[in-house]
Design a protein around this ligand. Structure first.
Ligand code: MN
Length: 260
């Protein structure tokens, strides 16, 4: 019997021509058949999107290495939905999203198109892995791509429990300097956004969300701490956002209506 050749869908939120995607696709090709379907433009920080009120278009393109790819007009999560709803002839065994040029840590996961692409896979019952790094020109994407391939190979071999996706962040280190892989929890992002107000040429105000780059708290066990210490951070995520701990705080709100 011929063993099943895995089919991997590669997408991202930076646009199909981003170098992080090309590096990821190249690193994953030894694992099986790779289909690239990604947004035609940058959707970074646009969250979990479902395009319902305008058409989605898909066109052929190619990556810098000449390999074929598909580009779509939708968001990263739309790209995954298109693929898993039947655009592709073959069933998809694994969705890998990235490699994002900036880490996606803490609350970033709610903004991140990279992570929400993996969330969309999870909704379809397909294992999803989001891959991000702090890209530098000196290091390039190859060490992160090699780690992504290692994680993807493990997931293809072992699967993921239903409802789980992996948020993988890889330190910007040469391959030999990465210390290993740690399972982490979401840490606390510290955003330092500031509203910038200016005037347009007609005298009306417009606004930009500006401010300094965010930082994060490197609490033990968190994604921030692992990355800062040179480890690959894998945070297992699920889409159930229920705050079980809130029951006591809200106890006075709930209960049956008083008898009439
Ligand atoms: Mn991005």
């Amino acid at each position: 019997m011929v063993p099943h050749m895995p089919h991997l869908l590669v997408t991202n939120d930076d646009g199909v021509h981003a170098p992080g995607l090309a590096a990821l696709a190249a690193a994953l090709r030894p694992l099986g058949r790779v289909t690239v379907l990604a947004p035609e433009r940058n959707w970074s920080a646009s969250g979990h999107v479902k395009t319902l009120h305008k058409p989605l278009r898909v066109h052929d393109t190619q990556l810098a290495d000449g390999s074929p790819a598909l580009a779509c007009t939708g968001a990263p999560s739309d790209a995954v939905a298109l693929a898993l709803l039947g655009l592709l002839d073959l069933p998809v065994d694994l969705v890998v999203s990235g490699i994002n040029p900036h880490a996606n840590l803490g609350h970033d996961v709610t903004y991140s198109g990279t992570v929400t692409a993996a969330m969309e896979a999870c909704i379809f019952g397909v294992p999803g892995v989001a891959v991000s790094t702090e890209h530098t020109q000196a290091i390039g994407y190859e060490p992160a791509a090699a780690m992504a391939a290692k994680v993807a190979a493990w997931v293809l071999d072992h699967g993921l429990p239903a409802g789980l996706l992996l948020n993988v962040n890889i330190p910007a280190l040469p391959a030999g300097a990465i210390r290993g892989i740690k399972l982490t929890r979401q840490g606390q992002r510290v955003y330092r956004d500031a509203l910038v107000t200016r005037q347009d040429p007609r005298g009306r105000p417009y606004y930009w969300i500006g401010g300094e780059d965010p930082s994060g708290l490197e609490d033990p066990g968190t994604d921030f701490a692992a990355l800062a210490a040179g480890w690959v951070s894998i945070t297992p995520l699920h889409l159930d956002l229920t705050a079980d701990w809130a029951a006591a705080a809200l106890a006075g709100l709930v209960g049956p209506h008083p008898a009439a």
